[in-house]
Design a binder for this molecule. Structure first.
Ligand code: ARG
Length: 276
């Protein structure tokens, strides 16, 4: 069967250079404080990612990296924006708490966003995803490790969209964005084993055409990708999953982000999508 031609759409993203990236605390199973980090290499790999997004025709805004906030490169965690409403983040761990203010300042400095301050713990697009054309426009939201379920309700109220709560059960996949990804306006890919049995049934009901990843794909952080609807930017360790995406009609674009994996993140973690 010949897959349907996929359409890209121009996007607006927010990123932050890993100038101060190190692994000096461990808040997920991927972080090893005894293994040295090559910060210069991380910056180089990150910059190639930034350039890739620009070359694909997208707009990339930048946050100024701050000393003492080594995880700030994982810009996806700083908020969740739908139709110009930016629901702010409230980080689970104190080591990252101050990142929220930098994101808030960005949204408040720009007219196209209305910022909603959170009262509940949530890590932005780390645990929230949005599909404008699925079921009239729904958000998916993870809980179990970082984001509190109460934040899902708070996001639904802030954004005026249904928010579907999904329970994450495997600590290696501690954020939704390492277990599930949005491929285009209506479809997703996911690794079932990262979710509770009940949440697997919820996902299968809502997304019968989802691309299914296996454990090896998920461990390579294949699902931590950024798609514009056609071009799917994915890390170079994920060649097996890239082949599955090609078979489904998407166009994988591979980037090496190995040094950032030491922090427990890949492509998507580094990129917040802004939906002005
Ligand atoms: N070290 C960071 C943390 O554990 C990594 C965050 C990865 N970001 C993401 N969107 N999954 O919080």
């Amino acid at each position: 069967m010949i897959p349907t031609a996929r359409q890209s759409r121009p996007r607006t993203y927010l990123m932050c250079a890993p100038e101060h990236f190190v692994v000096e605390y461990a808040i997920n199973p991927w972080m090893d404080t005894t293994a040295p980090v090559d910060t210069a290499l991380a910056v180089k790999q990150w910059d190639a990612l930034r350039q890739t997004m620009v070359d694909l025709g997208h707009t990339v805004h930048l946050l100024t990296p701050q000393a003492g906030l080594p995880d700030m490169v994982f810009a996806a965690n700083g908020g969740f924006v739908v139709d110009g409403v930016a629901y702010g983040a409230k980080f689970r761990y104190p080591q990252r708490a101050d990142e929220a203010a930098a994101h808030r300042a960005f949204y408040e400095s720009r007219d196209e966003y209305a910022f909603v301050a959170p009262t509940q713990t949530n890590e932005g697009e780390g645990d929230f995803a949005y599909l404008p054309d699925a079921h009239g426009g729904i958000a998916l939201a993870g809980y179990g490790f970082r984001t509190e379920p109460a934040a899902h309700a708070e996001a639904a109220e802030a954004l005026g969209r249904p928010v579907i709560s999904l329970k994450l059960v495997d600590p290696r996949f501690y954020h939704l964005d390492v277990a599930l990804t949005v491929l285009d306006d209506e479809n997703i890919a996911y690794y079932p084993g990262a979710f509770s049995d009940a949440s697997q049934r919820v996902i299968a009901q809502l997304f019968p055409n989802a691309v299914v990843a296996d454990e090896a794909d998920a461990l390579a952080f294949a699902l931590n990708l950024v798609s514009d609807g056609r071009n799917v930017v994915i890390n170079t360790e994920s060649t097996a999953f890239a082949a599955k995406l090609t078979a489904a009609g998407y166009h994988p674009v591979l980037v090496d982000l190995a040094e950032l994996k030491r922090g427990g993140g890949s492509v998507k973690c580094c990129i917040a999508e802004l939906r002005p």
